[in-house]
Design a protein around this ligand. Structure first.
Ligand code: ZN
Length: 215
């Protein structure tokens, strides 16, 4: 079964509580409805995501009544695929051919997508719910999700064993919400790593060790 006890445990305290609200508004939380925070992880978990690179949008419940909904889980994982690798495949890139010939990758690794880590989906659910709670009518923009070993190697500044290569990370942009505020929510959530890339206007979230950085 999936490693979902972690997030549940780390958020045993009522979710969308005073602190989450304060992060958003930067102050007064007098209109907070604490009742809404009850049973956050027991409720249906959903995400609202958009891939600017392809124009795809998804708004789906992927977990309900204690289990993953396979089709939704696949659909969301697909949206989070490596679109750059997908293009390389379509163009029959010699980089892929060479990597195969040299044994750098196996034939089953010639795919632009994998099943994403369910913890990452839970992190994106928390973000989606946080935005919904704060009446931000926008999907989360995904600028990077799964990253193939080969495209990761071509990505400037990417760690060799980046969580992106394991399906455990996403780079997100939230329209009308500053990356500072978005990163602050990620740190509050403590679901894994949170990287603030303020100058490039995005936040990296992953399901790895809880840690924060900014560049
Ligand atoms: Zn990233």
């Amino acid at each position: 079964m999936l490693k979902r006890t972690f997030l549940t445990a780390s958020l045993a305290t009522p979710f969308l509580n005073l602190k989450a609200q304060t992060i958003f508004n930067g102050g007064d939380a007098s209109d907070l409805e604490t009742s809404r925070s009850q049973g956050f992880w027991e409720r249906p978990r959903w995400v609202w995501l958009k891939r600017p690179a392809t124009g795809e949008v998804i708004k789906k419940v992927y977990w309900q009544d204690g289990q993953l909904i396979e089709q939704a889980y696949s659909d969301i994982s697909w949206l989070l695929r490596d679109v750059r690798f997908e293009r390389m495949m379509a163009l029959k890139s010699p980089i892929i051919r060479t990597a195969l010939n040299n044994g750098v990758i196996d034939s089953h690794q010639v795919t632009p997508w994998i099943a994403m880590d369910a913890i990452l989906l839970d992190i994106l659910y928390a973000y989606s719910a946080w935005l919904d709670f704060n009446k931000v009518q926008s999907p989360i923009l995904i600028t990077s999700g799964f990253r193939h070993l080969l495209t990761n190697a071509l990505t400037e500044g990417a760690a060799r064993n980046s969580e992106h290569t394991k399906g455990g990370a996403a780079d997100i942009v939230i329209p009308n919400v500053s990356p500072m505020k978005s990163a602050a929510f990620g740190r509050f959530l403590a679901g894994g790593g949170v990287g603030l890339y303020a100058s490039r206007n995005f936040v990296h979230v992953d399901k790895g060790r809880v840690r924060t950085w900014s560049l």
